[in-house]
Design a protein around this ligand. Sequence first.
Ligand code: ADP
Ligand code: MG
Length: 899
Amino acid sequence: MFSLEARRASTQASHASAGVKMARDEPDEDGAVAGATPMMAQYLSLKRQADGCLLFYRMGDFYELFFDDARIAAACLDIALTARGEHDGEKVPMCGVPVHAADAYLARLIRAGNRVAIAEQVESPAEAKKRGGKSLVRRDIVRIVTAGTLTEESLLDARSANWLAAACPAGGEIGLAWADISTGQFCVTSVAEAALEAELARIGAAELVSPEDWDGAPVDAARRARADFDSIRAEAQLKQLFGVATLDGFGRFGRADLAAAGGLIAYLEAVGRGSIPHLAPPQKIEPQDVMAIDPATRESLEIARSSAGARGGSLLDCIDRTVTGGGARLLGTDLSAPLTRRETIEERLDFVAWFERDPLLRERVRDTLKRLPDVERALGRVAAGRGGPRDLAQLRAGLEGAAELKRSLQAMADRPSLLDDTLGRFGAHGTLTDLLSRALVAEPPVDSAAGGFIAQGYDAALDELRSTAGDGRRAIAALEARYRETTGIQALKIRHNNVLGFHIEVPARHADALMKEGSGFTHRQTLAGVVRFNAADLHEQALRVTQAGDHAIAAEAAHFEELCGQVIVEAAAISQTATALARIDVAAALAERAAEGGWTRPLMTDEPLFDVKGGRHPVVEQALKRDRQPFVANDCRLEEASRLWLVTGPNMGGKSTFLRQNALIAILAQAGGFVPADSARIGIVDRLFSRVGASDNLAQGRSTFMVEMVETAAILAQATPRSFVILDEVGRGTSTYDGLAIAWAVLEAIHDMSRSRCLFATHYHELTRLAERLDALSLHHVRAREWKGDLVFLHELADGPADRSYGLAVAKLAGLPPQVVARAREVLKRLEAGRQASGGLAAGLDELPLFAAQVKVEDDDRDALRERIAAIQPDAVTPREALDLIYELKRLAADDCRH
Ligand code: ADP
Ligand code: MG
């Protein structure tokens, strides 16, 4: 990498010249004395309007940051902090980023949790000058960039939704509203305060806002004025936004729902400088329609993110076979919010099954989808006023493809009801796509500024302007030939640049003839080697070209506005179409994954039953497959008579994997997907809990055992007979007796109080005694076998408790030195003896010989053996002596073992 200093020096240099070029007539504030220069005054006024955002202040080819903003940005972006001029007698800290690379820097600032306001120069230096004397170029904040309100393709992940959320207490509940303005999706719900964290974890918002006077607000929320969260105002605003007299058609909204929606819209309005981006009508999510999964469970099961925080390694990543960005985003949402109503789950499963049965149909549909652009995001950009001609073309192609797909699917027999429902949501976009087809060229540019995107034949006046410009260009070409003829200079050329426009250029040695009075040429510029001229007839043609060109660009810009307007009028219908496409993609993708993995359709029931035969952990299985290792499938049957399974067995035996795979199967099934099993009957789970006993992770400052107990307490408070609880080595974070006692009591509570279905893995062998006391508890173990002194894991579940603890065998496997393993065996023997005797568990340990003494003796013996071996001269021993030697060595070795 170039040194930062060197890069900075060069950017500063170009910056200085850029400043001269772009803002030449601005008063120079460098070296100013105390007090605000005009530029600083303008900066400070914009900074006040920026509402706590970092301010990107445009100066020529750079965005500059000053004061604390500069310090924050320089640290975050790892760029040099410099100083510029003085303010109130102090040097002003400054740093800057080049405009052409601003997106990458923006992305980093946003990811680090900053919000950025962008102030552009909204007039040219020439315009500023016209306003009088030494006027400062006018600047305005044109855009505010925040993590939750992005629409830029370059700043977004195409396969993840980007949510902005608002949370606010009202009427004894917490209202939550969340929207993805890159697609227009918009949801609201209300939950009890205790469920807020879980709900936020499900949504996974990039940015959260809440009222400034609310003590219970999540710590990372941006604080906004209380007045923004006014439910009455919000209701009126929503009605107006969606052009309805009542919101009843969208669902039933309570005070908290409306208050949160109001806060969300107010924030969007503030960020959008008064304009609200396109939003679909709010969708009311009823909490009881969604499986409740708290943050700890999400983390432990690695549903949408792995424990490392990445998508890779998660359940979502493992099952995602979608072929569109919209499909990937919807699958993420589905998997984060498994359903609890049997009819809706079955509808999704019917749809997946339909695709699963027909591989050819599936392939055809997926091929079609694969070619469609991301309609939702293109719409988001257009609606936010940040679209370009390319976005319009994407909408055209996407909507045409959607119409085609709809026609072909409608022709299919025995359509599942969810498909019919989905097809019904496709809008009729014929008029719009016709318009876009006529209006746009085949491959329009990303940016509208340079024109060239409106098709020939769409607008006669535009065609006329273009042909005038074309005629002009041809006339100019003809002039070049004529000038060569009249001057006799074959090297004469007509060129064009931004400073001189069209001009005549000849090599310096031919210039004299043209310099002469009456030659018809006027001198413009002399450079090394060439001299440039103008001429009256060239000037005339050039004017024709540029005027017609300017008018054409203006005409195209007007058409662009008009076309965007047409798209926005139809925004709601377009986003419905996009959602419908995503739903088809998700169903086909789940079918694809099922076919690939040999997965099966789960049978859903309302009874509290969980019966999986041949179940697998999809993520572990996939990882093993990469190493060509088989995954051992296992059954799990929880029912009224045995709804609690206690699983014992050696470390590394497969307990955790077994527990998790069953939780994942429940999630997949209720999200509407097939499951990695031979068969599955699943009683719908209302709440899912998964806890892993604390290890030695002290990251959060609380003792991990404390965390473990807090989380376990939450389960006991919330789990119901319809819940599914997974407890993996709970009680590990404390001393043996405490841990065992707690695990024991928790098991009893789940058995007698919550009455949930539960899988409980433990290394406390003693817990198996509970089987005699708790009716619905049954014992299981992961099998392992000792083979030639080594432990072999079978990863297979069997009935009954593990016959013993394999701790020492595992320790040996892990490479603990043999003396230490032997010693541990001895300690264990005495501990077990002590348990029988009355003197207490550890009584026997007092008589244990000192380890140091044992190790010493062994070392002495081993040395005797080693010395003897070293003394052997292999070439000098006879066969007879060799045999004697073997007997001798064996004797020495036997001595060694006796100690
Ligand atoms: P435990 O919780 O009993 O210590 P884990 O569930 O963590 O054991 O499993 C340890 C390792 O064994 C896993 O990382 C995996 O590679 C392997 N494993 C677990 N279950 C299976 C299985 N059913 N089939 C094959 N390998 C498995
Ligand atoms: Mg484990």
